[in-house]
Design a protein around this ligand. Sequence first.
Ligand SMILES: [Mn+2]
Length: 324
Amino acid sequence: MDNDLEKMAAQCRTFTKEMVDNPYRGLATFFGLPYTESLDNLDIALIGVPIDLGVTDRSGTRMGPRALRNESRGVGAYNHCTRSTPCTAHRIADVGDVPFRSVYRIEEALDDISAYYRGIAAAGVTPVTAGGDHSITFPILQGLAPKEKVCLVHFDSHCDTAPPIHGCGYTHGSPMKNTVEAGLVDAEHSLQIGIRGSSEPLWEFSSASGMRVIHIEEFYEMGWKGAVKEIHDLVGDSPVYLSFDIDCLDPAFAPGTGTPVAGGMSTFEALQMVRGMQGLDVIGGDLVEVSPPYDHAGITALAGATLLFEILCRAAEARERRGA
Ligand SMILES: [Mn+2]
């Protein structure tokens, strides 16, 4: 065994015993990490937000965190691209799911999310979140209340900048508009990648606010390396939040989602872009819209968990660079 492999094997042994011995045993936590509800002495928290009150079509993403926990048991702990095991270099735990007072009133539920993330921010913890539908990204950023506007790197088939739908301004079709209007996101240094489909007329706000929208056709012209370059050029050293809607992937790779749109990117291309975000000051991220009732053989949850691990790695690297 060469030195790196020996080091990796030693680091992996610090995981929960079940993960090393029998990945199918025990309670499923994200990546087999320890479970704790306390935010004390943590660097990074894996958080579930099991809610789907914001969907415009098929429900089911409230079951997303549980499916992602299950599939994540086969993901990590070693990142073969960065040759690192971030979960042992940092204090990282699965802190469970955001508690809700009620799951029948979306405004109240989103308030519960922002309250929870205020606690995350106060504890100095970097959040890596598993949704839930995409409406959760707005209250997450509200709760984090960054001192300066953050850049947003948003992977999706939809821009999610819709005006109110049936009188409701807080759906999974509008979180990116909400974050910009609330002064949380620097629209002119934000990107939306993978956009396609018939909802285009709803996304006027994206171009009006100056967001860089990379439709899937342009993405295929430039390739993932070109997209990564644009991300770095536009974001630079600024703090950035990464939001990944699994429906960015083609339904062949991620059928288990509420609003699938044919003609998307592959899991590999998505992974390469998130890997390409090494060096950015990632303050947190989310992986949303995995809907287990529409999934087959866990294919969508596995893609989601693998992307979630890469998001976690970027968050860990950013903390290292900040010396946090
Ligand atoms: Mn979305």
